[in-house]
Every structure is written in structure tokens, then in C-alpha cells.
Design a protein around this ligand. Structure first.
Ligand code: M6R
Length: 618
């Protein structure tokens, strides 16, 4: 779960270091417990690496500037093997200093390789799995005299998941990369080329990119890119254009990415909806390359995802089952993968992921495809592993999400899965065309409604500041409000480090109500009174039940719901919305609350402790 950048330009300059610093800043969401860079020029390799956030590396670079160079590799780390220390930070150099490597992933056979190298007299300086790759590469390079060939030889010996980048002291015009399972993309510049964990690394410099496949080695110079498989057979990579606006990845006047991304949400929903209706009023999902006959005949949908993306899947289940009358199961990808699930060609697997690099989801996708199921990815990152390895990809157009805690990707994922549901309903004839159109029109109003909730953020922030010493918050919801409650709790856990749980409100009396004590804060997501009256009334009863036992009730309810106010200590009003679409507005106050409370506690909301944005190891 680390971020990697590689770059080669034409002549010695400050540019390689500038490129690396900018890329590492953008890639910090992949890990941020240490960082390092190594530049290459005709005088060899020069490196700096430091434990701590990127600012610590920046200070070290200011104190000891690196010389002008032609090439660079850089790394921002999320520790797996060996704690976050200067010695364990990347790059790792071979004992003779001839090569330097950076690595993302886990080398599963590192212990055996370490013992082999140690018995040959190699002394290790770090506790990382990565260091074996540096020593192996130096030895292979010494024997073969060709860095790509040496990288292929090393890659064939490694087990596990890895992206490796390497640069050699005697060739400052070449950076070589290898990938198995972990991500790596190429950026094509004019007289310069880039390698990055994802396109965010170089999107400010070029929007031309190449996808790399499994078990491939890439060599970049200032003017060329050569890709082969691990056996040296040439491979023709697919070029794609990155349509992200680079400015979307900077804070745009907000104090944090998290705040910016909460404010980006109306646009994320709008962009995800763009271009989905033909002039004749029929829905189209152009990028969906699964045969219509399969979409018509599938008898079950299984959604696989992790974290927030899984909660988006739970919301999708309510909508897709209602609109399409297809059973939908939602399962955490890591549970799906290792429980021997019944999978067959009659089911459609929908994998939801912002990063497209979540290893648990990738493994589940591979398993489902091996068992004969088609996989449709709902994914935000173009060129990502999940987009590439699935049979089809439906893109959420949320733009780059940098804050570790997901916000705008969640709304975009929900929106995209609604589109999928409506498309299936149209195709399978479970809804009339005018019904589909009417829901699409409702969806088109959602960006403005989300904006209205954001416009009312001051009251939510004030409450959050007042509650900054709270140690436990519960969240209740029914129907689509249930995944919203779980997402609200997750946001509070990960941002504010507060114990928080989301429950199905109906489950309250089966246990969780025992937690209610005087002053216990309970958020309740109330369904629309106009949707399914029975649900609304039941949730009002749940509010009264917890209030009678001393709870402080903080209620998210629809404007005009006159019955609610008398039962709530505080109400956050959201615009009137059809029940199935309500999560798009109901979750926003919970995101704002978690962000503001964490900020009031003085915490880093963009980079919460122990987390990485992209969980690229299982
Ligand atoms: O990139 P993905 O959508 O696959 O990531 C899935 C989860 O790791 C992610 O949603 C995680 O739960 C976030 N920290 C939530 O804020």
C-alpha cells in the first residue's frame, strides 16, 4: 500500500526531483509513514529517506539538497514488514550501491531469499521484505549487465505481490519497473517518461498513459518505453487518455482534501450521470461491454467490495432488487474470496472500488472469473487493476479522491449502481420506459439537493465542535438508511477515532439497546414519510425507545417531516427525496459531522492514523 514514482528526463536538472516531490504529495493517500527518493546522474545515485510524513523528507531535502539528475525513483510508504523508521524507508540500495529499488506489495518468499543472501555474506540494513530485491537485482545486474534483463530474472524469483522500480548507478538514463498484482502505469511525456502507482502521480504533467498487465517489466528512458513479459517477450501495452482534471487533486481553497471532497460531491454525482440518456429518452451505458443477453438472463447479482464501497453496494441492493426483481447479495470481498462461494455463469458479480487497487477485491474478482462468472466493475480510477481485470467497467466520475476517508466516491458509487439498476430494469423490462426516465430525472436533481445539505453545514459543524469530547456514538437506520448509518459510523471511527457503531434500527431491541445510557449520542436516519409510511413510523418509535432511556437523539430527516422534531434533540433537515435515492443526501450531514469533529479534536482528517487510502495488500 505504497505510492511509487519513476521518471527519466533528457539532461541533468532539478526536474526529476520536482516531479518526484509532486508525485509523492499526490500519492500520499497510498501510505504516509515514511518517504524517500533517489536521483541518478553521471556521478551515480544520491538518496534521502526519512520516517514520518512527506514534510519530514522535504525538510531533509532542504537541509541536504540532492544534485541535478536525469532520473529519479521515489516512494511513500505504508509499513508492512518492519516499522516506519529511516532504515526501513525506501529506496533500498544494494550492498555495493550499484542499484536502488522502491517497492509496493509484499514479497511472500522474502524470508527464504533473505536467508539465502545472508548465507552468501550479504548484510541487511533493514527489516523490510524489499531489501532482498535490491540485493538480488544487484547480483543479477552484475552477471547480466542489462537492467531490464536483471529485473526479469529477479521478478521470476519473487512470490507475492509487487511493483518494483529500479535505477542503476552506472545508467542514469533508465528506470526499470516490474509488476505482479500491485499497480503500475506509464505516463508518456514529450522527451520524458513517467512510471507511477496510478495516474495521479503524473496527471499534472501528461494525460497520455499506458496500461501494464500482470507479470510485465517496463523500461523507460527519456524518449522510449519498452514493455515485456517476465520471459522477455515484447508486449504492446494499451494507451489511454486520462480525463482527470489535475487541479481537482489540489485543495482548491479548502483547509483539507476531505472538506474539498465533501464539497465536490454535487459535481461527482453530476459527472457520473452525464451522457447516460439518448435523445430518445432511453438509457445507455456505453462502456458496458457485457453482452446484453447475459444481462437479460442473469439470475443473481453478487456485489463484492470493502469498506465504504461495500456500503454503497448495500444501498444498491435495495434499489436493484426493487427495480429489477433480481436477488442481490452484498459481500465483503475478503469474505467472499475465502469461503468457497457458489459461483456460476448465471450470476453477475459487481465489484465496487474507488481506487481499483484494493487487493481483497482483486482476489475476489479473480476467483469469481475463474469460476465462470462475469465481473462488472464500478470503479473510479482508469487504468486500475480492477478496471482492467473485469469483464466490463462502469466508471464513477468522482475525479481523484485524495483524503483517505471516502466521501465523494461513495456518492458516485451509489449513483453509478443506480444507473446500472435502471439499465438492467430497462433491458429486462421490469420497469416501463417512462418509469426509468422519471427516476433519471429525479437523479438529475440530486446534485442540487446534495448542495443544499452542504450549504447548511454550519449547524452540523457547530454540533460537532460541541461534541468533540464524546467517546461513543451510535447510528441507526432502516432500509437504505441502514447502510447510511454504517457509513456514518465508519466515518467517525476512521476520522475521529471514536467508538461508533451503525445498526439496523429494527435490531435495536435484539441487543444494542443495552448500550443506551444517559447522554449516549444516537444519530438516527429517518426515512421519508411519503415513501413507506410503515418504515417511517417504526423509526420514530425507535427514536422514542432510545430517548426514553436517556439517549441524546440527533436525527437526519426530510424537510416537512413534522412528526420528527418533537422526538429529536437536534434535527438535520435534508431535501425531500424518493426513498431509494435518499442515501445521497442523508449521508452528507454524517460526513460533515465526522470531519468537523475530528478537526475540532485537532486530528489530521486527510491522513488518519494507521490507514492507507488504497489497501493493496490482503
Ligand atoms: O478503493 P476502494 O473503494 O476499493 O477502497 C475500499 C475501502 O478500503 C475504502 O472504502 C475504505 O473503507 C475507506 N477508508 C473508507 O473511508
Amino acid at each position: 500500500m505504497c505510492g511509487i514514482i519513476g521518471y527519466v528526463g533528457q539532461a541533468d536538472s532539478e526536474r526529476p526531483l520536482e516531479v518526484a516531490r509532486e508525485a509523492l504529495a499526490r500519492l500520499q493517500y497510498r501510505g504516509y509513514d515514511s518517504a524517500g527518493v533517489v536521483v541518478a546522474n553521471s556521478r551515480g545515485l544520491h538518496h534521502v529517506k526519512k520516517a514520518g510524513k512527506l514534510s519530514v523528507l522535504e525538510e531533509a531535502l532542504a537541509a541536504t539538497p540532492l544534485p541535478p539528475a536525469t532520473a529519479v525513483i521515489g516512494h511513500t510508504r505504508w509499513a508492512t514488514h518492519g516499522g516506519p523508521t529511516d532504515r526501513n524507508a525506501h529506496p533500498h540500495l544494494s550492498a555495493d550501491g550499484s542499484v536502488a529499488v522502491v517497492h509496493n506489495g509484499i514479497l511472500e518468499n522474502h524470508q527464504a531469499l533473505r536467508e539465502e543472501l545472508a548465507s552468501a555474506g550479504v548484510e541487511f540494513l533493514s527489516e523490510t521484505d524489499t531489501e532482498v530485491a535490491a540485493h538480488l537485482l544487484a547480483r543479477a545486474y552484475d552477471g547480466l549487465g542489462d537492467l531490464p534483463e536483471a529485473m526479469r530474472a529477479v521478478a521470476r524469483r519473487l512470490e507475492g505481490a509487487f511493483t518494483l522500480l529500479a535505477v542503476a548507478a552506472d545508467n542514469p538514463h533508465l528506470v526499470v519497473g516490474a509488476r505482479r498484482t500491485s499497480p503500475l502505469v506509464v505516463g508518456l511525456g514529450e522527451g520524458e517518461n513517467f512510471l507511477g502507482s496510478d495516474v495521479a502521480a503524473f496527471v499534472a504533467r501528461t494525460n497520455r498513459a499506458l496500461e501494464l498487465g500482470e507479470d510485465q517489466v517496463v523500461a523507460i528512458t527519456a524518449t522510449g518505453v519498452m514493455v515485456t513479459d517476465f520471459d522477455g517477450q515484447a508486449v504492446e501495452p494499451r494507451e489511454f487518455t486520462v480525463d482527470w482534471d489535475a487541479s481537482a487533486a489540489v485543495k482548491g481553497g479548502f483547509a483539507t482534501f476531505m472538506e474539498k471532497e465533501i464539497h465536490d460531491q454535487p459535481q461527482a454525482v453530476r459527472d457520473t450521470l452525464l451522457g447516460r440518456m439518448t435523445p430518445s429518452g432511453r438509457m445507455r451505458l456505453d462502456e458496458l461491454r457485457v453482452e446484453e443477453s447475459l444481462l437479460r438472463s442473469v439470475d443473481k447479482i453478487v456485489v463484492i467490495a470493502c469498506g465504504t464501497a461495500a456500503y454503497a453496494g448495500h444501498v444498491a441492493k435495495y434499489a436493484i432488487e426493487h427495480w429489477c426483481r433480481i436477488p442481490v447479495e452484498v459481500e465483503l470481498a475478503h469474505e467472499f474470496r475465502y469461503r468457497d462461494p457458489v459461483v456460476n455463469a448465471k450470476m453477475l458479480v459487481v465489484a465496487i472500488s474507488q481506487s481499483g487497487e484494493t487487493m481483497d477485491t482483486i482476489m475476489a474478482i479473480r476467483h469469481a472469473r475463474e469460476q465462470g462468472a462475469k465481473v462488472l466493475a464500478v470503479v473510479n480510477t482508469m487504468g486500475s487493476t480492477i478496471a482492467r481485470e473485469s469483464d466490463a467497467a462502469l466508471y464513477t466520475h468522482a475525479g481523484p479522491e485524495v483524503a483517505v476517508a471516502s466521501t465523494k466516491a461513495f456518492l458516485a458509487q451509489i449513483t453509478a449502481t443506480y444507473l446500472l439498476g435502471l439499465y438492467l430494469a430497462q433491458l429486462r423490462g421490469t420497469m416501463f420506459p417512462d418509469e426509468v426516465r422519471s427516476i433519471l430525472r429525479e437523479l438529475e436533481q440530486m446534485p442540487a439537493k446534495v448542495q443544499r445539505v452542504i450549504d447548511g453545514e454550519a449547524a452540523i459543524k457547530a454540533l460537532a465542535v460541541q461534541m468533540k469530547d464524546t467517546s461513543s456514538v451510535l447510528f441507526l437506520g432502516r432500509h437504505v438508511g441502514y447502510p447510511v448509518a454504517m457509513e456514518g459510523a465508519l466515518k467517525l471511527k476512521e476520522l475521529a477515532y471514536i467508538h461508533a457503531e451503525g445498526f439496523a434500527a429494527g435490531e435495536l431491541k435484539h441487543g444494542p439497546i443495552a448500550l443506551i445510557d444517559q447522554g449516549q449520542a444516537v444519530f438516527v436516519v429517518v426515512p421519508s414519510p411519503k415513501g413507506r409510511d410503515v418504515l417511517h413510523d417504526k423509526v420514530l418509535s425507535n427514536i422514542q425507545e432510545v430517548r426514553a432511556r436517556g439517549a441524546r437523539t440527533l436525527v437526519v430527516a426530510e424537510e416537512g417531516d413534522d412528526a420528527v422534531a418533537q422526538h429529536a434533540d437536534t434535527v438535520f433537515w435534508v431535501p425531500q427525496t424518493p426513498t431509494l435515492l435518499a442515501p445521497l443526501v442523508a449521508v452528507v450531514p454524517l460526513q460533515i459531522f465526522a470531519c468537523a469533529l475530528a478537526t475540532a479534536k485537532g486530528l489530521d482528517v486527510d491522513q488518519p492514523r494507521n490507514l492507507a487510502k488504497s489497501v493493496t495488500v490482503e
